[in-house]
Write a protein of this length. Structure first.
Length: 78
């Protein structure tokens, strides 16, 4: 059994100045509620992340974690 998923996320950067990447391909491994992966971030850098998934109302999920690859800090919340 493989934990690997290949995904694409889309983001909007409303009210921010700059030319941000809005398409984020990434590879993720999910084990129970733990997530880890690498992705192409808004600053057009490759970042790595690790976090947890939580089920929330309305048949949705919330992901909380830490990520690398952004200017100014080595690790930031995601």
């Amino acid at each position: 059994m493989s934990c690997l998923s290949l995904l694409v996320a889309i983001s909007l950067h409303i009210g921010l100045e700059g030319d941000y990447n809005q398409v984020h391909p990434h590879a993720r491994c999910t084990f129970d509620n733990t997530i880890a992966g690498v992705y192409y971030n808004s600053e057009s850098n490759v970042g790595a992340y690790i976090g947890q998934k939580f089920e929330i109302p309305f048949d949705s999920e919330l992901e909380v974690g830490l990520v690398t690859g952004y200017t100014g800090k080595k690790v930031v919340p995601m």
